[in-house]
Each structure stands twice: as C-alpha cells, then as structure tokens.
Design a protein around this ligand. Structure first.
Ligand code: 7PJ
Length: 282
C-alpha cells in the first residue's frame, strides 16, 4: 500500500464500513479546571474511553466555534492541542484528526502525529490550502456560510442544498488546484453552521446529492436539530442524535462525528447488519 493510500485509509475504513469519529474539545470551557496538567490528564482519560467505546478516529479541537466564543490565537490553539496529540498519537489503535482552520496548527498537529485535517472553514484562511497540500494528509472540507465570523447569518437563496453543493464543489476544485489529491478530500455540509432547522432537515434529506461529490462526514451530535423539533433539552438528545446519525448513513455518510461513541457504534452495527453485505459485517 502506498503512503498516500495508507493516509486516505485513515479517513475511510478500508473495509468500506462507516467510521465513527469521537470528539475531544480541548477548550477551557470543556475542561473547566483550567490547570494544564489536569486538563491534559482528563483529555487523555476521555480519549481512552472513546477508543474503548469503538471510535475509529479522534477529532481534537482547540477552538470553540460556538457563536460568541472568544477568538483564540494560533499559538494558543497549539498550546491546547499539541500536548494532547503528542501524548496520544501512536499509543492507541486509532487515527487522530485536528479540527482547525489555522496553517500553523495544521503543521504542528501533523508533526505531532495527526493524520487528518478537519477544517470547518474549508481551507479558506490565508495559507491553509498550501499548508494542507504540503502536509500531504487527507482533509475534510466543511460548508459554513459565515466567512471569518463563523455561524454568522447568511442571505438565504431558498436552495440550501444547491448552495452547499456548489460551495463544496468549488472548494474541492480549489484544493485540487493547490495540489491536494482528489481521493484525499472528503466533504461535510456543516449541519448547524448558519442554517435554520428546515435547512438542516433539507440537507439531511438530500444528503445523497452531497455524497455524489465526495465521501461525506457529518457532525450532527447534540446540535439544536437533535432537540428543537421535539423540545428536548441539551442533556436529552442522545437517542435523537443516534437516529439522525443513522439517517445520515442511510443518505451515504461514511464518517459520523459524535460525542456518544458507544451508543452510535451499537446503532451503526445494527444498521450495517441490515444494509451491508453479510461478509463485511463481523
Ligand atoms: C463540526 C465540526 C461539524 C466537522 C464542529 C459541535 C460544533 N467539524 N466541528 N463537522 N462541528 N467536520 O460539535 O457542536 O459538523 S464544532
């Protein structure tokens, strides 16, 4: 297997099955102690639990993309993310992805062992395309309409699926032009990023249209769309998160980014039992 296809296999399971991406946020609000050592220790314990629960990939992010979050400098983002990657990469039977839009963070994270770049800004920051191309790892390009003010409002065209599709197609072309091989690109419609409930639903319903562009990753877990339609509070969205992950898989998603790895893994296994060829399902 070439180095290139080995790297690509980190994103997409070589057996063609759905990959579960577990989430690790290393932002001060997610580990409220604030002491670096304790934070790191908690982060490591959390990742070990995600791996034991059946994660294939761990996505590590040091920037909060929630509305109103204070922007962090690339240096600060590195301070949050790199020690955790250094402590974990190579020690656990999973691959690591870095959730960042910053070229410096991408470069240091890959040096520390990350094998995937997950950019909610689809490599639009200055230098990001060139950095990702040089690093030679697979990338996930996500749709978000806010430019630098992520989660900002956008003028609605009334055709969210067409809008997301054409944006992602353009970003795929930009990435290819920058030297990123097409088979190392996956795309993400960016559920919840500057979209209302009806738009999120349309994107999920029409996910096969997005999946026609490239392999698809979705991040739906615990977002507003898993609670608002049924009046469920933030802490009560497990079942709906799992159900919508399955809806996305039915629509062609190959990677699901989730908080609740064990429950999602079990549900996906049951889905695969019905829909995947028997010989592939252990
Ligand atoms: C996503 C993400 C997503 C990708 C976040 C949250 C917000 N990366 N990072 N897709 N969401 N690729 O998890 O609630 O949907 S941060």
């Amino acid at each position: 297997m070439s180095e290139a296809s080995k790297a690509a296999a980190c994103w997409l399971r070589p057996d063609g099955r759905v990959a579960i991406m577990g989430i690790l946020n290393v932002t001060p609000d997610s580990f409220s102690d604030g002491g670096l050592f304790l934070s790191r220790d908690q982060a490591l314990k959390h990742v070990e639990a995600l791996v034991a629960a059946g994660a294939d990939i761990i996505d590590i992010g040091g920037e909060s993309t929630r509305p109103g979050a204070t922007p962090v400098s690339p240096e600060e983002e590195c301070e949050r993310v790199i020690p955790v990657l250094e402590a974990l990469c190579g020690r656990l039977p999973v691959s690591f992805s870095v959730d960042t839009s910053e070229p410096l963070v991408m470069t240091e994270a890959v040096a520390a062992g990350a094998s995937l770049i997950n950019d909610v800004r689809a490599l639009t920051r200055p230098g990001a395309l060139a950095a990702a191309a040089k690093l030679g790892v697979p990338v996930c390009l996500m749709h978000e309409p806010g430019g630098s003010s992520i989660m900002g409002t956008r003028g609605s065209s009334g055709d969210i699926v067409g809008e997301v599709k054409s944006y992602l197609a353009q970003r795929i072309e930009a990435a290819c032009l920058a030297g990123i091989p097409r088979d190392r690109i996956i795309v993400d419609p960016g559920f919840g990023f500057g979209k209302d409930l009806a738009e999120n639903r349309s994107l999920l319903f029409d996910l096969p249209e997005i999946a026609a562009l490239a392999p698809v990753l979705v991040g739906i877990s615990r977002k507003r769309m898993t609670g608002e339609p049924w009046g469920l509070p933030a802490g009560g969205r497990l079942q709906t998160s799992v159900a919508l992950a399955l809806a996305a898989i039915q629509g062609g998603a190959k990677v699901v980014r989730v908080h609740d790895v064990r429950e999602t893994r079990e549900a996906v296994r049951a889905w695969e039992w019905v829909f995947e060829p028997k010989e592939r399902v252990a």
